[in-house]
Design a protein around this ligand. Structure first.
Ligand SMILES: [Fe+2]
Length: 155
């Protein structure tokens, strides 16, 4: 997958996880355990997505000054999204967590839509297929290395 395809797939994955969590509203122990697992997956997915974009993709666009504002906006989105996910309880799920998840889902949905429509579309035009492919390889490698480090105690 090239870089654009990977980043879009990352958006999709996180949005799907949020939807699955939102639909899990029964109180059985099994549903609660599944919800906790899905929230853990969502944390990892969002962290990986932020690393891939902020660590590899945005720096690769630094020469295109016309994208500065869009990149700045995307970085602000990431910051807000990380703040929201950090507020979701790791212990007992309450109504407060439902509200945070709803805000997160809305905020991330807007981020994904705006970024895909403006920043990713411009990047696709400016970078060209060869650079997108090689960035895609770097994004993939960097992502898996960082997640391995994070799951080793970086939480
Ligand atoms: Fe994104």
């Amino acid at each position: 997958m090239n870089a654009i395809e990977q980043l879009k797939a990352g958006h999709q994955e996180a949005l799907e996880l949020m939807q699955r969590i939102e639909f899990l509203n029964d109180d059985s122990p099994k549903a609660k355990a599944l919800k906790r697992d899905l929230v853990d997956q969502l944390r990892r997915s969002l962290r990986l997505h932020a690393w891939r974009e902020a660590g590899v993709f945005y720096p690769a666009l630094a020469e295109f000054r016309e994208l500065d504002n869009l990149i700045e906006q995307a970085r602000r989105d990431h910051h807000l999204i990380q703040e929201l996910i950090a507020r979701i309880s790791t212990e007992r799920w309450t109504e407060k967590d439902d509200q945070i998840l709803a805000d997160l889902s809305e905020g991330f949905g807007i981020h994904a839509h705006e970024e895909e429509t403006h920043l990713l579309a411009s990047a696709e035009r400016l970078l060209g297929e060869e650079r997108l492919e090689s960035l895609g390889r770097r994004i993939e490698q960097m992502g898996s290395a960082r997640v391995a480090i994070a799951s080793d105690g970086g939480r």
